[in-house]
Design a protein around this ligand. Structure first.
Ligand code: NAP
Length: 526
């Protein structure tokens, strides 16, 4: 069904997910090789801070590195100070009245233009993601496509919400409900979807009429600087957003605690999310609202493989979910819970396939896995692997992979018990724990034996088991007979339960309401 367009007289086609470029085609492969070379030619460029439309240098710099080749500096970024963080919030606060009164259709038109700019620069963004985040081509393409989807989807959602829902009309009154923006939003994304998540949270905040301070991850600031270019090119006023690169521990608390900050949209680890939630809850002198915090956090996601499953399909799903993007997805499968009847066969088949996975520089399309994000992550994951070896039986991998980048072999550890560290803690790397379940009851019980509740999947051909799991498997995003990663905007609104966060359902029809408040207006007319 066509939606009325941002531009009167034109119609906006119904939302469709952005198609992925097929890298099996020679033309696309050469376009991607060109984009990688063009982006490489920009390595080492310097980027200034952008606050309320002005550029700033502080002399204190952050270098972002290519995790496939850490000697390569992708970008050099000025780092914000606490004073500049305060200034960013204050500038955003000053511009809020003007921006919030900009008609929704104009903001929607800007967001649709942002989608077009991203589409036109798609392979360039793919290349930045390969070089700065260590994504393989196809993972980069999925990230950029999702960013475009968020713009297209939220533009349509804003049009829907700007037509007020009808209320009960009392006799002699005109009764209506309108949605109004909140104020200054602080947007804090992680590095693992450095474009899609940054774009999703920022697009939602801006299109609903809020002003935004973006604080990107210190691992991926260049991608954020490139997105700021897109916003400008799409016509968003410079004063509607600031780009504040800087260490989370230096500027994060300042942004969150500022009395003029109205809401925080965070995606990242449980530890930082809980800290933000706590700091934001504390009232500051001069603050006249309760801050709203949307915090999407970690996962310890499980795939249940039932004895009545198509085992080959289950193995393919577990492999893709555990090792694509090196297991660095909040939705990654880090626990496979396998029915005892098929456990040994599952491990035998899985082990061979994991050993065959190619690991190496992300720019080489023959590698299925690239590097992990940085040296700190590499060390932490290797430490978990050592713990895992003492908690279970090593089936595949078990240490670093060759090369000068942050490479780790995909690792599978079997016979992991529900009390093991490997079963409980988010590792955020290519490490899969496999646990035996005596039957389906125990498998579901094990799947739920976690403080997290983000994604999950069940492989079974039995409809009764599907019905049971639909009711009992406690995860924000549950899948049957498919992998537990790869949520698509519009089809799989995304967000988790328990310590996985506030279940905001990004990419779904409830999401924009998190950036708005409803105002009821009644007028006596007779
Ligand atoms: P992180 O360490 O929590 O960092 C996330 C962001 O928070 C970064 O921009 C970071 O900046 C910033 N930050 C750090 N300390 C802060 C503070 N005190 N105040 C405010 N901001 C602060 O997470 P990450 O390593 O980037 O990302 C991986 C985590 O994200 C995993 O746990 C993963 O499961 C989760 N994740 C969840 C979802 C979801 O939808 N549920 C999606 C993707 C990822 P610096 O980089 O400067 O420290």
């Amino acid at each position: 069904m066509a939606v009325e367009a941002a531009v009167p007289g034109e119609s906006l086609a119904a939302f469709r997910n952005e198609p992925y470029a097929a890298f099996s085609m020679a033309d696309n492969r050469s376009a991607m090789e060109r984009a990688l070379a063009e982006v490489r030619a920009q390595f080492g460029r310097e980027y200034e801070l952008s606050i309320g439309g002005q550029r700033f240098r502080t002399g204190d710099r952050l270098k972002s590195l290519n995790p496939s080749h850490p000697a390569q500096v992708v970008g050099v970024h000025e780092k914000a100070t606490a004073d500049l963080a305060n200034r960013a919030v204050e500038e955003a606060y000053l511009f809020f009245p003007e921006w919030s009164r900009t008609p929704a259709v104009e903001r929607v038109a800007m967001l649709l233009r942002a989608a077009s700019v991203l589409r036109a620069r798609k392979m360039e963004f793919d290349a930045w993601l390969v070089h700065e985040a260590g994504k393989t081509w196809i993972e980069a393409e999925a990230d950029v496509s999702e960013a475009i989807d968020f713009c297209e989807y939220y533009a349509r959602e804003m049009l829907r919400l700007s037509a007020p829902p009808s209320l009960v009309q009392l006799p002699g009154e005109r009764d209506e409900l309108v949605y109004v923006p909140l104020g200054v939003g602080v947007v804090i994304p992680p590095w693992n979807f450095p474009l899609a998540i940054l774009v999703g949270m920022t697009a939602a905040a801006l299109v609903t009429g809020n002003t935004v301070v973006m604080k990107p991850s210190s691992d991926t600031p260049t991608i954020a600087a490139k997105f700021a270019e897109v916003l400008r090119e799409a016509g968003f006023p410079e004063r509607s957003f600031s780009l504040l690169v800087g260490s989370g521990s230096v500027v994060g608390d300042v942004l969150v605690q500022h009395p003029k900050t109205r809401f925080v949209s965070f995606t990242g680890s449980k530890e930082v999310g809980l800290r933000i939630n706590e700091l934001a809850a504390k009232h500051q002198p001069g603050q006249i609202w309760i801050k709203r915090v949307v915090a999407e956090m970690g996962g310890k996601d499980a795939i249940v493989v039932d004895r009545e499953a198509d085992l080959d399909a289950a193995i393919a799903g577990v492999l893709a979910s555990a090792f694509s993007y090196q297991g660095q997805k909040c939705s990654a499968c880090s626990r496979a819970i396998v029915d005892a009847a098929v456990y040994d066969e599952f491990l035998r088949k899985l082990g061979g396939k994991v050993d065959a996975i190619r690991v190496g520089p992300a720019e080489e399309p023959s590698n299925y896995m690239g590097p992990v994000i940085n040296e700190h992550a590499r060390r932490s994951i290797l430490r978990y692997i050592e713990i895992g070896k003492s908690e279970g039986r090593l089936i595949a991998g078990g240490g670093p992979a060759e090369g000068d980048g942050y490479f780790i072999r995909p690792t599978v550890i079997a016979d992991v018990s529900r009390d093991a560290v490997l079963f409980k803690e988010e590792i955020f790397g290519p490490v899969l724990a496999v646990t035996r379940a005596k039957d389906f009851d125990e498998a579901l019980d094990l799947a739920n034996a976690t403080e997290y509740g983000l994604t999950g999947a069940v492989y079974t051909k039995n409809r009764d088991k599907i019905r049971r799991a639909a009711a009992e498997f406690f995860a924000g995003n549950l899948y049957f007979n498919r992998k537990c990663t790869g949520a698509m905007v519009g089809a799989h609104p995304f967000g988790g339960f328990n310590m996985s966060g506030t279940d905001s359902k990004a990419g779904g029809p409830d999401y924009l309401l998190l950036f708005l408040q409803a105002k009821a207006i009644a007028e006596k007319v007779s």
